[in-house]
Design a protein around this ligand. Sequence first.
Ligand code: MG
Length: 374
Amino acid sequence: MQNITLVLLTAGSSSRFGMNAKKQWLYQAQKPLWLAVADRFQNSFNFARIIIVCARDEIEYMKQFSNYYYVTGGNSRQASLAAAIKHVKTSFVLVSDIARCCADKEMIERVISQKENADCVVPALKATDTLYLDEDPIDREKISIIQTPQLSNTEVLKDALKSGHEFTDESSAIKALGKKVLFVEGSEKAHKLTNKDDLKKLSCLEPPSAETLIGFGIDIHSFEEGKEMKLCGIIIDSPFGFKAHSDGDVAIHALIDALIGAAGMGDIGELFPDTDSAYAGADSILLLQKVIKRIRAFGFELVNIDMTILAQTPRLLPYKKQMKNKLADVLKIRLNRINIKATTAEKMGFVGRKEGITVHAVASLKYFNWNEVI
Ligand code: MG
């Protein structure tokens, strides 16, 4: 398909979806949904280029999954499409929403086969229910239920998007320009994934792989006199706290790095730069909450965490239970999945000289099994 580019729209916030995970990040075996769909399209049709339109805060992460062409989307479907269309070099463009993840090859072939016969080719279903408009029944033969992917003449679509009006799909934008729109038979398989109950209707979806991913984190902070000491979000009775840009909760920082590491998302400094004044004196528990929310949004579930706090002083045994309870509350996992160990450094090194504390943490993640909760 050397004269067709596929634009796959995945920039939605999944605000209506009803799960912690965004729909584009539900894992199919070892691939997030957006990648599974893109690969399926590419294996079936070998498009000249596949453009993945994604959210600004997802693009760098997505680029690590494959070498498709990535474009940052806008605030609406149309703004996302307008951003992508600038990168289309072929005569035709097929636009699909990630929500139509099970659109079948046969339907897409019907769309593509008509590309020379209209400015926009649209799959559509006939209405089977009785329909009313306000108080009156209407002739359902006149009703077409529009689906995607739709295939457009690239230049015509570019013109249509310049109009300044907001359209819900390419066909209505092209129709408004007075150009030719052609309907072909749609498919029940192209049912739209809008909320989690739609997952039951999408038989092409596979459950996620059961593999687990491990992350490791380490952090060190030196003591600073007169500051409040916090470890795992718990105030520790101590004449000194930690020298830090944030509240210096060295245990939470190590844990955050372990979580980010397991998800393959870089490190704490990339997510919360210490040059950013927004994080000056920040409560590290709030940073942990942000991280765990992000990890869940990207299709992961936390399995367990373990950490070792190396401290010559203060004595931490009396606080371990409180620390575990705090982490269980923030991470929403059971206490048996949280392990905290504390040890001294036998008076050796900077820890032994009571200059500071270091924490090592590991975390393991698995793919969120959406299949179990529908
Ligand atoms: Mg730190």
